[in-house]
Write a new protein. Structure first.
Length: 390
């Protein structure tokens, strides 16, 4: 191991001299670091595994630009020139932020700086939220940031698995002080990529035509999908992918993001004038206002990031492996599921007891375990326009 670098259980490598963090399982690498002096987090790399080494200068394409000088004596003229990991609102970065906080005086400018880090075995557990589980072989990097203008604290969690090409991310805001604050935006994950040479893939649809694939080149500005219906659904799935131009079903590089959440969601790709691509996913900002009371916290849903060098099929396999082994209830992971039959497509509104009994018997003969009587059983329910719920 090179001087200044050490590893914990072979999944998370840390350069203590430069505060660089390299998560890798030999297939993928996710690298971030603390910017010197200003102590902001910088996105360095996400993709196919690279060697663990002390010198990462070839991954840093930063050249100081002619922005406003917010950070004296640092050589950093403007944060919009830097690839950021969880960007704040209202400083010299004029792209969309990952979070936004309103203080008691109405100010919205925050400055969360690196404070410390931990490496934990396993993955975070959340009693009241969907989350990855059965993750004893995983490791989680926890980075603590503290606001310089308030008592607020922010934890960023990064979980990596040894055998699945997945990074699970989320954020936890904590208010240890005496004042309340309004959290106006809180994304689950955000990171910046050094190029714009991607196609954006989204999945949209409607009733009876779910999951249509849309593929379009990135362009300057914001491309965004989401839902404010209070639920996910076929309109826009909380999923986006960024693929190389030549990526096919089985070949090429692709990055995927999806959200373990069934409420309002928002997925954003923001390309700035310097050719940097910002990618974010999380709860929708629309009408979002969470009051952080003293001694309370707010936990964002988990975002699941994946990289595949084997096209969309490889990306799909990554997500299938995670869902099968770390989300599905353990007793159903490798056992046959019960099979049910629903009468709706077989009969629509045109049925009686004789038809239903015949259908149920035939279903039993082919191995179905449960018969479900769907729409149409109300008193005068012969069409979509009548007798619902009588």
């Amino acid at each position: 191991m090179k001087q200044g670098v050490f590893s914990l259980n072979k999944l998370i490598y840390i350069n203590q001299d430069k505060l660089e963090f390299h998560l890798t399982n030999g297939h993928i690498s996710y690298i971030l670091r603390v910017m010197p002096q200003i102590k902001q987090l910088e996105s360095v790399y996400f993709g196919k595994a690279v060697h663990v080494r002390k010198d990462l200068h070839n991954l840093d394409e930063y050249e100081p630009g002619s922005g406003c000088q917010l950070f004296p004596k640092t050589g950093i003229a403007s944060l919009e020139h830097r690839r950021q990991e969880y960007p704040t609102y209202g400083t010299t970065d004029f792209r969309k932020p990952a979070f936004e906080i309103k203080y008691n005086d109405g100010d919205k400018i925050s400055n969360f700086q690196f404070d410390s880090y931990q490496v934990l075995n396993g993955a975070p557990y959340y009693k009241d939220m969907p989350h990855v589980r059965y993750a004893d072989d995983a490791e989680t990097l926890v980075i603590l940031l503290k606001d310089q203008y308030s008592d607020l604290e922010l934890k960023l969690n990064y979980t990596i698995f040894p055998d699945i090409d997945i990074i699970v991310r989320n954020a936890e805001f904590f208010n240890p002080g005496r004042n309340s604050y309004d959290l106006l935006a809180a994304k689950s994950a955000s990171f910046d990529l050094p190029t714009t040479n991607y196609d954006l893939i989204t999945l949209n649809g409607a009733w009876a035509r779910e999951r249509h694939v849309n593929r379009t080149p990135l362009r300057p500005g914001i491309q965004e999908i989401g839902s404010v219906r209070g639920a996910t659904g076929h309109i826009h799935d909380p999923f986006i992918a960024l693929a190389d131009k030549n990526t096919t079903q089985n070949k090429g590089n692709v990055i995927g993001l999806t959200l373990m959440y069934s409420g309002n969601h928002q997925e954003t790709v923001d390309v700035n004038t310097y050719g940097v691509t910002r990618v974010m996913t999380g709860i929708s900002d629309a009408d979002f206002d969470w009051v952080l009371e003293p001694m309370s916290n707010f936990v964002t849903p988990q975002a699941v990031l994946s990289f595949s060098s084997h096209g969309f099929n490889g990306l799909s396999h990554n997500y299938h492996d995670l869902i099968r082994n770390h989300i599905i209830e353990k007793r159903w992971q490798k056992s046959a599921r019960p099979v049910l039959i629903n009468n709706w497509e077989a009969t629509y509104y045109d049925f009686n007891e004789q038809k239903l009994v015949k259908l149920a018997k035939e279903a039993k003969d082919i191995g179905c375990d449960l018969f479900v009587l769907d729409d149409g059983w109300f008193g005068h329910r012969m069409s979509d326009t009548g007798s619902m719920g009588d």
